[in-house]
Write a protein that binds this ligand. Sequence first.
Ligand SMILES: NC(=O)c1ccc[n+]([C@@H]2O[C@H](COP(=O)([O-])OP(=O)(O)OC[C@H]3O[C@@H](n4cnc5c(N)ncnc54)[C@H](OP(=O)(O)O)[C@@H]3O)[C@@H](O)[C@H]2O)c1
Length: 341
Amino acid sequence: MPFKVAVVGATGNVGREMLSVLSEREFPASEVVALASSRSVGTSVSFGDATLKVRPLEHFDFRDTDICLMSAGANVSKEWSPKIADDGALVIDNSSAWRMDREVPLVVPEVNAHALEHGIKKGIIANPNCSTIQLVVALKPLHDFATIKRVVVSTYQSVSGTGKEAMDELFSQTRAVFVADPLEPKIYPKRIAFNVIPQGGGWLDSGYTTEEWKMMVETQKILDPDIQLTCTVVRVPVFIGHSESVNIEFEKPITAEKARNILREAPGVLVVDKREDGGYVTPVEAAGEDATYVSRIRKDPTVENGLNMWVVSDNLRKGAALNAVQIAECLINRKILKHAA
Ligand SMILES: NC(=O)c1ccc[n+]([C@@H]2O[C@H](COP(=O)([O-])OP(=O)(O)OC[C@H]3O[C@@H](n4cnc5c(N)ncnc54)[C@H](OP(=O)(O)O)[C@@H]3O)[C@@H](O)[C@H]2O)c1
């Protein structure tokens, strides 16, 4: 039975990708509605071969909507998700607003789809942070085999993770460097063109940034509260695709060969790991793809049971839109979703 789907934030990076993913996967939708702020009224967005007129969120009646894919930032979600859920639509939210709420499941279908079975008390399901999603997809099968003790991650995150204005900033700064125009950072605290910035989000008293904190606590909530994780988030001048250098310490022995074989069988993972020039995946190849790519799997000889690896994925797809649509598919397949109408 088809479902009525609303996409909030449909003009944004993630919202547009959600519409593409819904169309590509032939999601069983009776109707798809594109919503954004009143600023976007009069504009339209693509949905497969069709074009949808963008409607304002504030005037939309959700009472006959089944699923709301929410991608308009934490403030909009804090205000609107409870109201939309009260109207009877199940909300799958991409922002950080609800992720650490005990009554809100935080789900990556390949890792913890079972969290959907424990009840969706608030009518809201949270999509994790983009860097967390690709990390836990790669960690889960290794954790099942050898029990992860500790993880050290450094990220190389693309500007699309910050939103469409950040992509414009990288483009205009790159151009400005070439034509020797003055260059003024607006979205990021320092110039991003031909540079790297070791800051993701705001600051915590601990010295970590909010993006780093999200990865640490979300990994524990999704995968295992006993995993110790520390990370450094770095923004790089890449348009799409987040990369991660991941060092893992296990309780039990695991060789690089065994890890490679386990990951080859793991859902959502593609191993590209040839020990030759170019025998690994970079963000340019991952952009537009669904997989979480794992490369450079090798022993860390400085600890008893240690491995290093390189993990890359499209942050707008598996890191956001695809994961949200996969959650909606899980709700349908597990018969959790009931029609609102
Ligand atoms: N980009 C990623 O890799 C990624 C990954 C995971 C999660 N997320 C999260 O997903 C959300 C969206 O990210 P994004 O990258 O798509 O941002 P974006 O490109 O800046 O788009 C923001 C969207 O939100 C809409 N919006 C803003 N204020 C609104 C309001 N008051 N009412 C209704 N709609 C409003 C915007 O509509 P207008 O065009 O009308 O302003 C636009 O459609 C954020 O919470 C982000 O943290 C992003």
